[in-house]
Design a protein around this ligand. Structure first.
Ligand code: AKG
Length: 509
């Protein structure tokens, strides 16, 4: 996935608000005039000048004292030590400096950090150390409060007492890029981001009603009460999961981790994009997990199952701390999905297939998507724009025991509001089979198709297996789709000649 960081901080910091009463315990963001050492007591406003943003109560101040660029202009006479310490490299953007530093190893970063205060800050940028840990140590690390100290503790056991707390604060270092990274890691969700709940909720509807009202018209719905019989709802807490999963390793971003190690990380994490446990082989790895839930009645038809073990990845266990989640994407292979929350809660935002969400830029062939670095950054910079859109997104908070149906082709973003555990499955029923077959046949299928090694042949394999298992199904579906298309054409012809307002015909000769 590509990313596009927008540096709006200088624009959004609008005015200082006076410190609030002591009962207001939330930490707030730096204002134009506040000294950065008082970051936690000041507040910034969003573009519309509405309410400010709040920092999490547990938010530490920036470890190295980085300030947003706007503060430089409010401190006449101060010189940006970012530039003085970078020398000739100061013309490079922060992103470029970090990209270059990303090519260095740990010792080189260590040496560079001693060259100037500015390089000290850049070379200590936590995502650089996160990459080193993930690339070099794979899943074999125990998170130690910060990525740098995790790296040092794992690589140099003699330095395991590396004093992570002894961080140097640098005066007059201004950078929107670095500041925003800290900000996004420490920002609390604004109440107005959570308020809108416009999804249709249903409890106890029949499968027929689900198909007619939601699956057929490809509309999201939140289903209540349909997983009440899952033993996972009662059993899945940390102790149970650690006991059942033992030393089994699960996919967490690019690495594999034991649950105990992952929880140690997720308990301490304060970063913009927390690592998310998202494992497509959990049921094969720990079969008891698969026996703790069953596919809800609405989603029983799953035609990909004709491929047996050759089907693309289709079911995942998902775990993550508050702030983790999935940034905007469309589900793989044009499938639909359901997502059931077992613990915690998730904020969902969904846009229909014909509306690309603000701040999201898919490549023309759909193979890549550029979007803000983190989910919280999307909320900060783009959520407000959706208020003015004609096609408002569908939004909700999905809580433990609830299931959301995500129709094929819908863009969606999800953020965990607290530590959460969920199961999701992607499926193809007769309502969606032709879409999936079309998708798998696209000329760039080798880039678009996912979840399987044999991307190019998936179309033929699926088509042949469906024909063998359900003879005539594809022909029937094609015939029905053509009838529907003809019907729609007829309707739109009569629409075009009738005046809907008065019910009278209208001919233009
Ligand atoms: O983070 C989540 O729970 C959402 C997962 C998701 O969007 C997906 O599986 O497509």
């Amino acid at each position: 996935m590509l990313s596009c960081r927008r540096t709006l901080l200088s624009q959004v910091i609008k005015k200082k608000r006076q410190a609030k009463t002591k009962t207001r315990r939330k930490k707030t963001l730096p204002s134009k005039t506040a000294a950065i050492s008082k970051q936690q007591e000041v507040e910034i406003q969003d573009e519309e000048g509405e309410e400010g943003f709040n920092l999490k109560v547990s938010a530490p101040s920036h470890a190295h004292g980085v300030q947003p660029l706007g503060n430089l202009y409010l401190n006449p006479g101060s010189v940006n030590s970012r530039n003085t310490g970078l020398g000739n490299l100061q013309i490079l953007s922060d992103e470029l400096v970090l990209d270059i530093l990303g090519l260095l190893g740990p010792s080189q970063l260590g040496f560079l950090a001693a060259a100037s205060k500015s390089l000290y800050i850049f070379a200590n940028h936590e995502p650089l150390w996160r990459n080193l840990v993930l690339e070099e140590l794979q899943g074999g690390f125990l998170f130690n409060g910060s990525w740098k100290s995790t790296y040092i503790a794992a690589r140099y056991s003699s330095l395991s007492t590396y004093p992570d707390g002894a961080k140097m604060r640098v005066r007059d270092f201004y950078s929107d890029y670095l500041f925003q990274s800290w900000l996004c890691a420490n920002l609390e969700m604004k109440p107005e981001w959570l308020q809108r709940d416009n999804i249709v909720r249903k409890k106890g509807i029949s499968v027929e009603e689900f198909v007619l009202s939601f699956e057929e018209p490809n509309k999201p719905v939140l289903l209540e009460g349909c997983i009440d019989n899952w033993s996972a709802l009662k059993k899945w807490d940390r102790d149970y999961l650690i006991k059942e999963c033992g030393d089994m390793r699960f996919s967490v971003g690019p690495v594999k981790m034991k649950l105990e190690e992952y929880f140690k990380y997720s308990d301490q994490v304060k970063e913009e994009r927390p690592l998310y446990l998202f494992d497509p082989k959990f049921a094969e790895k720990v079969p008891v997990l698969a026996s703790d839930y069953e596919v809800p009645a609405y989603f029983q038809e799953d035609l990909f199952s004709v491929l047996g073990n050759e089907r693309p990845d289709y079911r995942w266990v998902i775990m993550g701390p508050a702030g983790s989640g999935s940034s905007f994407h469309i589900d793989p292979n044009s499938t639909s999905a359901w997502n059931a929350v077992i613990k915690g809660s998730k904020k969902w935002i969904l846009f229909p297939p014909d509306v690309v969400p603000p701040g999201v830029h898919p490549s023309p062939d759909g193979a890549e998507v550029a979007c803000p670095v983190s989910i919280i950054e999307w909320f900060m910079n783009f959520y407000g724009a959706t208020k003015k859109w004609q096609k408002r997104p569908v939004e909700c908070i999905c809580r433990a025991g609830e299931v959301i149906f995500v129709p094929n082709g819908w863009w969606h973003l999800v953020i965990n509001l607290e530590e959460s555990i969920a199961i999701t499955q992607n499926f193809v029923s007769r309502r969606n089979l032709l879409n999936v077959l079309d998708f798998l046949k696209r000329p760039n299928a080798s880039e678009l198709v996912s979840g399987t090694k044999d991307r190019v042949n998936l179309h033929d394999k699926l088509k042949n297996a469906i024909e063998a298992n359900f003879p005539g199904t594809i022909d029937d579906l094609v015939e029905k789709a053509e009838e529907k298309k003809a019907q729609l054409k007829k309707v739109s012809f009569w629409d075009s000649v009738s005046d809907a307002q008065v019910g009278a015909f209208k001919f233009n000769f």
